[in-house]
Design a protein around this ligand. Structure first.
Ligand SMILES: C[S@@+](CC[C@H](N)C(=O)[O-])C[C@H]1O[C@@H](n2cnc3c(N)ncnc32)[C@H](O)[C@@H]1O
Length: 287
């Protein structure tokens, strides 16, 4: 299998300050709305099962082909030939992040499943429907010899791997889907799964992203968290708070910044300001 063509990706299209006036006005309106009493709704696992069941036929999340360009150090670690590598993909959904990453790893493409070591990948999701969907994708056929997929709630249980065994973790648009009070336990579970010196690649929604400003005050669940109509959660991350949270979970923060991407809608010409949080975290060598 040959490598797909490289993707050009720009993550500094505008200044984050452009978002602060509309964002702060939005937060003023949101926080003056009373928080709803905490409900004993079915919970995030059921909500995500419902979400994936409703998006079975379509690829709802577009393939994230930019990830290998955004995390070159992690890709180099996967492709270095010293030993077999273990990669953990958390909140894998139907594979919108997993398949592009594997396609861009030369070692995964050429050596995995060959008995020569290569890359072993463990993909997990809280939703059994997501895991079924992942296994139904046509790309799965080409990688199933070296990809294991499991149902696992990373906020409440350890990853299904040996402790201190994972070289590279991808946590892509997943932490935002977890209840905020469980962010520390999710991060600690991941830290425990990683080898000393291992890398965690983080990508998620940034504070005042366009999708945040589209929520209504009645969907606010406190802090920077909102709940969609289907019960799934979406949190938005601020750079310094995220950095503190990562450090408290035991990580060395190598990169933590907003990725600012302006998309132009071809039909309407509207300029859509997307704001993501990009971080690269390392487990210390002596842990
Ligand atoms: C927004 S989707 C992102 C999917 C994929 N990573 C991507 O980037 O396209 C969030 C995913 O995280 C999963 N998820 C939510 N909470 C989780 C948890 N506690 N443990 C593991 N996965 C979780 C959801 O089922 C869903 O597949």
């Amino acid at each position: 299998m040959s490598a797909p063509p490289p993707v050009t990706y720009f993550d500094d299209d505008y200044n984050w300050d452009d978002l602060s006036t509309p964002g702060n006005d939005f937060m003023k309106a949101v926080t003056s709305h009373p928080l709803p009493p905490s409900s004993d709704a079915a919970g995030p696992k059921t909500a995500w099962n419902g979400f994936h069941a409703n998006h079975r036929s379509a690829t709802f999340f577009r393939p994230k082909r930019y990830l290998s360009a955004e995390f070159p150090t992690a890709m180099a670690m996967l492709d270095s030939h010293s030993t077999p590598k273990i990669m953990l993909e958390v909140g894998c959904g139907a594979g919108a992040a997993l398949f592009p990453v594997l396609a861009m790893s030369e070692r995964a493409r050429t050596e995995s499943g060959s008995g020569r070591g290569g890359v072993k990948c463990v993909a997990i999701d809280v939703s059994e429907t997501a895991v079924e969907l992942l296994r139904e994708q046509k790309e799965y056929e080409g990688v199933k010899e070296y990809v294991e997929s499991h149902v696992c709630d990373i906020a409440r249980e350890p990853a299904p791997v040996d402790e201190s065994s994972v070289d590279v973790v991808f946590l892509i648009f997943c932490l935002s889907a977890i209840e905020p009070e469980l962010f520390p336990s999710a991060l600690k579970n991941l830290h425990a799964s990683m080898k000393p010196g291992g890398l965690l690649c983080f990508r998620d929604y940034g504070k005042f992203d366009m999708t945040m400003l589209r929520f209504s005050p009645s969907q606010w669940r406190g802090g920077m968290t909102f709940q969609r109509g289907d019960g799934t959660l979406s949190s938005f991350f601020e750079v310094s708070e995220a950095e503190r949270m990562f450090q408290e979970a035991g990580f060395v923060v190598e990169e933590c910044k907003y990725a600012l991407v302006e998309n132009v809608n071809r039909k309407t010409g509207a300029r859509l300001k997307r704001c993501f949080l990009h971080a690269l975290l390392r487990k210390g060598m002596n842990e």
